[in-house]
Design a protein around this ligand. Structure first.
Ligand code: CP
Length: 306
């Protein structure tokens, strides 16, 4: 049974195919409005979410299907001690496809190993968030026309930011990618991502704490929030939370066609005054997230038939 747990589960050809389908959905929504008639998506969210859960639900509804699920662990039998494996076996009796978010790294993989229906990782701890990466790739493709020869700056919490880990992994398969890592020392990209992804794929990268000095080089600036929920103590969070605040004046030396991205939610790291800048792409990412999740649901349900 085909699932999506890690962005590398899909080849670059499959990612291209998903992007093409999402673009076709954007152009011809009516063509897709009954594609999932009679099918059910279960959203199993053991951690809070606005965009991922509701975009999955909107995606399935716009494909003519139905949705069921829960939005917090306490309203499921996990609160009584049920395992992820048993939950996955149970939901396989009720639904055709699962989207799961869980605070424990690897929980969606365990679900996929025990379910008899496709499982989509909707974010596991500080590890991966492959469907946010699909939304990011669709956005980059639509804004930049492709993925090659881009200098991409990742700024903020690169340690716990699972969207950063997944997007770096995805971009490492394209030609001419340069990565600039901008973070406080305490929130640097984990060494396993540097070694296993960037160095293994010979992707040039540099690390800095100074956002303004590197802004002029960037084609894409991917801002992230400091992930309060992953800190062991509040003091460290409070000290680091406002390390970077993107304001209009900091963009004065940026490229005219810079693409400013953020997986959202935003806390304080992008001033709302930046929202009116034509280079702000983060709400486009939100909308693209729904279309690419429609394409993903279609692909996995189609493969499950075989
Ligand atoms: N980007 C993202 O995962 O947002 P949510 O936490 O609101 O789902």
């Amino acid at each position: 049974m085909r699932s999506l747990i890690d962005i590398l589960d899909f080849t670059t050809a499959e990612l291209d195919e998903l992007i093409a389908t999402a673009n076709d959905i954007i152009e011809n929504p009516a063509k897709y409005s009954e594609k999932c008639k009679g099918k059910k998506l279960a959203t199993l969210f053991f951690e809070p979410s606005t965009r991922t859960r509701l975009s999955f639900e909107a995606a399935m509804l716009e494909l003519g299907g139905s949705v069921l699920g829960f939005s917090e662990a306490n309203s499921s039998s996990a609160a009584k001690g049920e395992s992820v494996a048993d939950t996955a076996k149970t939901i396989s009796c009720y639904a055709d496809i699962i989207a799961m978010r869980h605070p424990k790294e690897g929980a969606p993989l365990v679900a996929a190993q025990n379910a008899s229906i496709p499982v989509i990782n909707a974010g596991d701890g500080g590890h991966n968030h492959p469907t946010q990466t699909l939304a990011d790739l669709l956005t980059i493709n639509r804004e930049k026309g492709g993925f090659n020869n881009l200098t991409v700056g990742f700024c903020g919490d690169l340690k716990f930011g699972r969207t950063v880990h997944s997007l770096i992994t995805a971009l490492s398969r394209y030609e001419g990618i340069n990565v600039v890592l901008i973070s406080p020392d305490e929130l640097k990209l984990p060494s396993y991502v540097k070694k296993d992804i960037l160095e293994k794929n010979n992707i040039p990268y540099k690390q800095t704490t100074d956002l303004e000095s590197v802004i002029p080089e960037l084609d894409i600036l991917y801002m992230t929030r400091v992930q309060r929920e992953r800190f062991f103590n509040e003091e460290d969070y409070l000290r680091l939370k406002d390390s970077y605040v993107l304001e209009p004046k900091k963009l004065k030396n940026a490229k005219k066609d810079l693409c400013i991205m953020h997986p959202l939610p935003r806390v304080n790291e992008i001033s709302v005054a930046v929202d009116d800048d034509p280079r702000a792409c983060y709400f486009k990412q939100v909308l693209n997230g729904k279309f690419i999740r429609m394409a993903l649901i279609l692909k996995l349900l189609e493969e499950a038939k075989r």
